[in-house]
Design a protein around this ligand. Structure first.
Ligand code: ATR
Length: 267
């Protein structure tokens, strides 16, 4: 029997998750169907409950519903609890389980796909919203020497950093500091902007990573290239890796990701 999955968000028509999961299913010989659901902001909880009541097997959750989905769960994984959000839902024995695969997706893209070595590295994470909270815990577990959270509104960075046991500051307090890896988790790119960070805050040989992606290079990828980044990556690999982690949770097999990342990149 074909197991049914879906991604729920709003908007949802541009989600690439169905294409990604279909590719994973072909590759691993799994019989699944994966749809898009336009979530109702007024009644997301009913949409989720309805999907599982109809026999749905697993649900991915995307913007802007990840935090609400987390609150709707009966059981949360440690990483979903730390993220304050869930992007991977499964029903077991009548209980809704929530996990969060975003952070591990980011780390696997850097570590496995690009070979970034976190040990001894100083990492700067830009932003203090849901996107940053979602990846904080897996980043802390990489063994990086230092993690600094910097945000336009300093108080938000400080609060999040305090919770995580790291340093937090305003973007304007970064002068004189430099990092091996700068990760952009702000929404600045939506306006084709880059967070106001000092020109010299990327170390020679450093990398940049934008958690978002677009048709062409994002503003932060362009910033990375202009400031000497050895690698200036966008979040397409993270998107595919978080999907692979969800697929693994649901199907017990880990798909290979390189071919589908290439396919999406060239689409
Ligand atoms: P998300 O859940 O996607 O992270 P969010 O919670 O609204 O969205 O957070 C957006 C983040 O992007 C915040 O850290 C925001 O900074 P503020 O807390 O100061 O608002 C950041 N952000 C948005 N536009 C920005 C810009 N032009 N420059 C720098 N940071 C920006």
């Amino acid at each position: 029997m074909t197991d049914r999955y879906a991604v729920i968000g709003n908007p949802i028509e541009h989600s690439r998750s169905p294409q990604i999961h279909a590719a994973f299913a072909r590759q691993t010989g799994q019989d699944i169907k994966y749809d898009r659901i336009l979530g109702d902001p007024d009644d997301l909880e009913s949409d989720i409950a309805g999907f599982f009541a109809d026999g749905g097997f697993g649900l991915n959750v995307t913007v802007p519903f990840k935090e609400r989905a987390g609150r709707a769960c009966d059981v949360l994984s440690d990483r979903a609890r730390a993220a304050g959000a869930a992007n991977t839902l499964t029903m077991h024995d009548g209980l809704l389980h929530g996990d969060n695969t975003d952070g591990v997706g980011l780390v696997r893209d850097l570590l496995v796909n690009y070979g970034f070595v976190f040990a001894d590295k100083q990492v700067l994470l830009l932003g203090a919203g849901g996107a940053v909270r979602g990846v904080l815990r897996p980043l802390l577990e990489t063994g990086a020497a230092q993690l600094v959270i910097a945000n336009r509104t300093a108080a938000k960075a400080s609060a999040l950093a305090q919770e995580a046991g790291v340093t937090g500051c305003g973007l304007d307090q970064l002068a004189g500091q430099s990092f091996d890896l700068i990760i952009n988790g702000t929404a600045a790119g939506l306006d084709a902007e880059v967070p106001a960070i000092p020109d010299d805050c990327l170390k020679p040989g450093g990398w940049t990573y934008d958690m978002f992606y677009g048709r062409g290079p994002t503003a932060f990828v362009t910033w990375g290239h202009a400031h000497g980044a050895v690698q200036a990556l966008d979040g397409l690999g993270m998107l595919v890796e978080q999907a692979a982690e969800s697929f693994h949770i649901w199907r017990g097999v880990r798909p290979k990701t390189a071919a589908i990342i290439d396919e999406l990149r060239n689409a």
